[in-house]
Structures are given as C-alpha cells and as structure tokens.
Design a protein around this ligand. Sequence first.
Ligand code: MF3
Ligand code: CO
Ligand code: CO
Length: 261
Amino acid sequence: MAISIKSPEQIEKMRIAGRLASSVLEMIGKYVVVGVTTEKLDQICHDFIVNDLKSIPAPLNYNGFPKSVCTSVNNVVCHGIPGEKKLKKGDIINIDITIIKDGFHGDTSKMFMVGKPSVKASRICKITQECLMLGIQQVKPGIHLGEIGKVIGTHAKSKNCSVVKDYCGHGIGLGFHELPQVIHYDDGKIEQSPILESGMTFTIEPMINLGGYEVITSKIDGWTVTTKDRSLSAQWEHTILVTETGYEILTIREEEKSQHL
Ligand code: MF3
Ligand code: CO
Ligand code: CO
C-alpha cells in the first residue's frame, strides 16, 4: 500500500478530527492534579469525546486496548493503561488522545506536570517538545521523510537524551495507523525514505528518554511500555498535514498559538 494523498474534502474532515482531538487535551488539563486516578481522567475524556464531541475514542478496543485514552506516567514510555493509581506531586504524565469523527482520525498527546516538577522532569518534557517542533518544522513537499527523524535524533543527542526506536509516528486518515512509518531518529536510510507530497497526513510523536533508549513491554498487561533502566520518558504528538508550502498542525492547541515554540 502506498501513502494516501487526501483530497480537499478529506483534508477538511481531518482538520475537524484534529481540532476535536486537541480540544480534549485542552479540556482535561484542569483535572490533572495530585490524587486523581488515571482511570478518572480516562472516564472524563471518554464522556467528553462521546457526549460533547459526538466522536469515537479510537483506542477503546483497538487491538484489545481496554480504555479510551493512554496515560503514561514517569518511566512509562507509551500505551499506559488508565487505572486506580493516583497521581502524586512531581509526576509527569502523557495523555494521548485519538478520536474518530466522520470516519477520520485525529491523534495528539502532551505532557502534564503534577504539582512542581523536578528539574529532571521538566527538562525531559521540554526537550521532547522541542524535538517534536523541530521535526514538524522540516515538513514540506519534496523532502525525504527521514529528515524529520534526523533533526529529532540530533537534538535529543545534543541534550544527552535518547530516542525510543521501537515506536514510530504514522500515516493517519480513515485508518488509525497508516503508512508511512515516521521514525524519530536517523536510521542511515534517509535517501531511501519516501518523499513528502502535499495532501499527506501523518503524526510525529517522539518518545525521548533521560537514560538509555531500550524499552520493555509489560508481560502482565501486554501494553505498558517502560524504559528498561527506569529513567524518565516523555512524549508529545501532533497530526500534521503536508501543504503546498510546508505544513499545517491539525491538532494545534490555543496555548501553542500564543507560545513561541
Ligand atoms: N495514540 C497512540 C499513537 O499515537 C496509539 C495508541 S494505540 C492503543 O499512535 F491501543 F494503545 F490505544
Ligand atoms: Co497518539
Ligand atoms: Co499516533
């Protein structure tokens, strides 16, 4: 299967799905406080997505995933399952939202800090967001997809952090995970990677660790991915459209429009 090019009508639907996904992250912020369980955050997001947005939470039952959002705390890299554990002061948590509206997917995540973060915690969150934005800024027709991972890998390395290799960004549209795979490091095959064309839509979602790049998947739940060395990990994700001149961030939040990222 080749990389799909979205029609103007499909792009408009992707814009709507993206905006709705970002609105969930804007809505949930005030609930991310000391003592709240990740299960409660899941329930609030689920109800908002279904009742207010009239949309479908894509993770629910996706390959057997049991909840509507992913909540990944501290050394959890991704795919954390919401549960009974309460958030503590100083925790960092990624909330990853994917919604389906009118058949199309919008996928986005950000880090939240619970109370005052440690220097290490705020550092990994900031560096990872920088990695995402640097990756996005490469996007325009004619470049190799691999250029995105190259700048992300270079930035992470310059800060003595490592890029998770086992999970990638992905094409997105009618499917949750379409082609291409968007890797977040330089695999030495940039010239062989696809050339971007306007109308492509994909996510960029770097996972960056304070320690080594190796990760483990829980043998107990089959989902939760943690750093092998237990170091802190962060992730930020946007759904991106390749335009004639560059890119459009389909999942941009209000807070980002006024920030200088
Ligand atoms: N939202 C994740 C991504 O960015 C995928 C989660 S799949 C799930 O691709 F099954 F864990 F929900
Ligand atoms: Co996601
Ligand atoms: Co994604």
